[in-house]
Design a protein around this ligand. Sequence first.
Ligand code: MRU
Length: 350
Amino acid sequence: MTPTLYWKDGFVEMLDQTRLPTAVVYQTCKDADTVARGIKELWVRGAPAIGVAAAMGMALGAQGLPEGREFQQGLERIGAMLISQRPTAVNLAWAVRRMQAFARSLEGQPVAAVKAAMVAESQRMLEEDAAICRAIGKAGAHLLPDGGVLTHCNAGALATGGYGTALGVIRAAVEAGRALAVFADETRPVLQGARLTAWELMQDGIDVTLITDNMAAHTMKCGRIHAVVVGADRIAKNGDAANKIGTYGVAILAREHGIPFYVAAPLSTVDFSMASGAEIPIEERDGREITHVFGTTQIAPDGCKTFNPAFDVTPAKYIRAIITERGAVAPADLHRLQDPDLDATPWLVK
Ligand code: MRU
């Protein structure tokens, strides 16, 4: 797989996903500000991947900080700056806080050692994320029957440390011998489905068919979809799940057609502090994303008003199961996974 981001010579190499699928270009991030720009401008995107990017941004930013109290204060400042780039995916704040806590745990050690340890920790988070995705895949593969699987946006290797969440479940099902025909919604306005999901699955030799977003209902009605699996940017305690704009509509369509709808995400995407999806902040992006096709060809009149929410919230009632690294659970049982010592087996969705 083409790596999403990695350390090289003390800097972070970030795959510029805005250039895919026609060019594979890496941006070299030499400081936390460039990482922040990459998050904002979608060089890197997808909840787990922006979490890992933020962790690397923290480690990069730490390199220039002085010793003493100013070191922790600097980490606070850089963390707040990184978190402010995108509000919906909770993994961003989760990763920043983890890096801050990690640095605090090393207080008293020489600052050079702390800086080196932060780089290593961010690398560990990347590797952990890939391993978690594999566990998600294993936990959800049995839920996908032979046949058509619809996915929305890109919740694949590109959006994570590797393997993917929704695409991880698809990959694991294919590895288990399932005959899947994946349908990828193009995912207006940024086209993550067309540009990224189709590219990623084709690279792996997994059968994928691209449809535009407004073809999902018809494709379901034709009997070509047997399950839907998507990722998430933040899941509230009650199982309401925020994901790429358009996901909510797909969930309603799936219910209407009697098709199971699954959400695959690591537990770091679950925000147990939020009782319901009503509390999830929804990012609104520049209207130019919808008045122009990919920033170039204008398709709306000059001065046309726009509303461009980047995410929507699918109510838990539409979700058959949330697939995590600790197993697949009904949304109503999600809160049980808050306890790290609990044996979740009795609640797993078979
Ligand atoms: O705006 P994006 O491309 O960052 O949105 C990404 C999604 O909505 C993904 O489905 C989600 O982050 C899960 S990625 C494993």
